[in-house]
Ligand binder design. Structure first.
Ligand SMILES: *[C@@H]1O[C@H](CO)[C@@H](O)[C@H](O)[C@H]1NC(C)=O
Length: 213
């Protein structure tokens, strides 16, 4: 019994130590993108039909960050926290990602609680957010940037044809558990699971080869 407690304590202390070291690294490393710059790029595409907006944001980012925007990407369904959307990955590393996200239908659920700060600049539609511990919701409209702080949780709802540009910064692999759990334990759509892992692996490899973590 004493051995079990000692062992468990050791595991907990090790995890905490690794987390603290990782957070210190995240606080001090340099980043390619910033929340402000991605929001600025996204704002130029507000109100465009989604295909045009995607083309505009992609072209704009390719000018600013040559070799850091995926050449081959695709719309991929994603099921998380009870909702269903679609994302188009533009960039991903171990500590950052940029994508266009949205939904053609009305969908809602749990935002996820992340070891990352995520900002969403809304291009079209509406994004309703109900913050933990409150009794009311807020609706965010096109042109607005919504910040989801590290560790925060909200209920989320998107109206049909809501699209946004999303930037995440933090320990990105830690978000995969939430991102994939509805697929693994719910829909069992392993084709989708493969597509999500493949695009993330491709993006991360492209960045690692350029020395970007
Ligand atoms: C994106 O759209 C904006 C607004 O129409 C335009 O000023 C900008 O030049 C476009 N960017 C690219 C790379 O096409």
């Amino acid at each position: 019994m004493a051995g079990l407690i000692k062992g468990s304590l050791l595991v907990v202390i090790s995890i905490a130590a690794i987390a603290i070291i990782t957070q210190r690294w995240l606080d001090n490393k340099s980043y390619l993108f910033s929340h402000d710059e991605i929001a600025e790029v996204a704002k130029k595409a507000v109100g465009m039909p989604i295909d045009d907006a995607l083309a505009n944001v992609t072209a704009e980012l390719k000018i600013r960050y040559p070799r850091h925007i995926l050449e081959e990407s695709e719309w991929i369904f994603i099921n998380c926290g009870g909702w269903m959307g679609s994302f188009y990955l533009l960039h991903a590393s171990i500590t950052e990602y940029v994508l266009v996200f949205g939904t053609a239908i009305d969908t809602s659920g749990h935002s996820g609680r992340y070891w990352a700060t995520i900002s969403d600049t809304i291009l079209s539609g509406s994004f309703r957010q109900w913050k933990e511990g409150t009794t009311f919701s807020n609706v965010h409209r096109p042109g607005t940037t919504v910040i989801h702080e590290i560790g925060e949780v909200t209920a989320v709802q998107w109206s049909p044809n809501t699209w946004m540009v999303e930037y995440g910064r933090g320990f990105i692999p830690s978000t995969l558990g939430f991102a994939l759990s509805d697929t693994i334990f719910g829909t069992q759509d392993f084709v989708l699971l493969f597509r999500i892992l493949r695009i993330y692996a491709r993006a991360i490899t492209q960045e690692l080869l350029q020395g970007v973590f």
